[in-house]
Design a protein around this ligand. Structure first.
Ligand SMILES: [Zn+2]
Length: 312
């Protein structure tokens, strides 16, 4: 992901509203018996396992090993993960990308879908970049969120969990179309078959393992979705971990905003002093924490209850 330039194009999604008008408010928590957090030990083990594969840039043998790990974990939970492979031209040549996705059908087809995502590729760098936070942390958390929602109780909403390939730019700088390859392809395919109209919200996780966790207030993200997740955090006594710096974050959520889906990026874009660990050799396990994954898990699970109440 990257920061937008202040003069960046006005994003049309800023004026999107949620597809369904409702009198429900984010302040009303539904009576869900779903888990209120995730198993942080498991999430931490997923983070360490991904880092152990080494750098995992798109098209590498290491990302394929990581993909197989994610597939095995999803199958162990009870999912039937799907591969979505495609080739795209990049500034460093053609690359075959592969998204992974899995879903849980909702009990009420009329309620539509909630899509959640994380990228699992790491940025190709001239040094050993293992991406413990970017993006092993969010990928680990998404697996565990998927586990908890799979455990039930069944939601009226269909949940789709997507692990994106190719979020990172192949060149050092984020420019043009050299980024978000996987999410753009997934969103384009949803639109091609007409399923994009079923998606009520897209929730992106990225960089959630920072020891000093404080989620950024991303200017592109839908205000009502921010209220759901940040409001849930405040109710849980976790207000110190949200409402970070207001920044324009360019990330996989823009791919879903482009197909008309209200979206949020749950990201802490302040990794180390002045974000100095981001995209550096300091993005290592030692600079992440299991406690942060636990906190992020609570915020996500709490926020989803608020989100479902808002959408119903
Ligand atoms: Zn990155």
């Amino acid at each position: 992901m990257s920061l937008s330039f202040p003069s960046g194009a006005v994003c049309s999604a800023l004026i999107l509203s949620l597809a369904c008008q409702t009198t429900s408010s984010c302040d009303k928590v539904g009576g869900s018996a779903r888990a209120t957090g995730v198993d942080a030990d498991r999430a931490w083990a997923h983070l360490e396992a991904q880092v152990a594969f080494g750098p995992r840039p798109s098209g590498s043998a290491e990302i394929e090993a990581c993909r197989k790990y994610l597939e095995a974990e999803l199958k162990a939970i009870g999912f039937t993960p799907q591969r979505q492979s495609f080739k795209d031209k990049t500034p460093v040549g053609e690359i075959e990308f592969t998204n992974l996705w899995a879903e849980i059908p909702g009990t009420d087809p009329k309620q539509g879908w909630i899509v959640m995502g994380s990228h699992y590729d790491t940025k190709r760098m001239p040094f050993r970049f293992v991406g413990a936070n970017d993006a092993a942390s969010s990928t680990a958390l998404l697996l565990e969120v998927a586990r908890e929602i799979h455990k039930g109780p069944r939601s009226p909403f269909t949940y789709r969990f997507v692990f994106f390939d190719g979020e990172e730019a192949t060149l050092p700088e984020w420019a043009g179309q050299d980024n978000t390859y996987g999410s753009r392809h997934h969103a384009a395919e949803l639109k091609r078959v007409g399923d994009h109209t079923l998606i009520r919200a897209f929730v992106l996780l990225d960089m959630v393992g920072d020891k000093d966790l404080r989620l950024t207030r991303d200017s592109y993200s839908d205000r009502r979705l921010i209220d759901c997740f940040f409001g849930a955090a405040r109710k849980l006594g976790l207000g110190a971990h949200v409402d970070g710096k207001a920044l324009e974050i360019r990330d996989d959520h823009l791919s879903f905003m482009a197909i008309g889906v209200p979206s949020i990026d749950l990201i802490d874009f302040e990794y180390g002093p002045h974000n100095s660990y981001w995209h550096t050799a300091d993005d290592v396990v030692a600079n992440c924490s299991k406690a942060s994954l636990a906190i992020a898990g609570q915020i996500v699970m709490g926020g989803l209850v608020e989100l479902e109440a808002l959408l119903r």
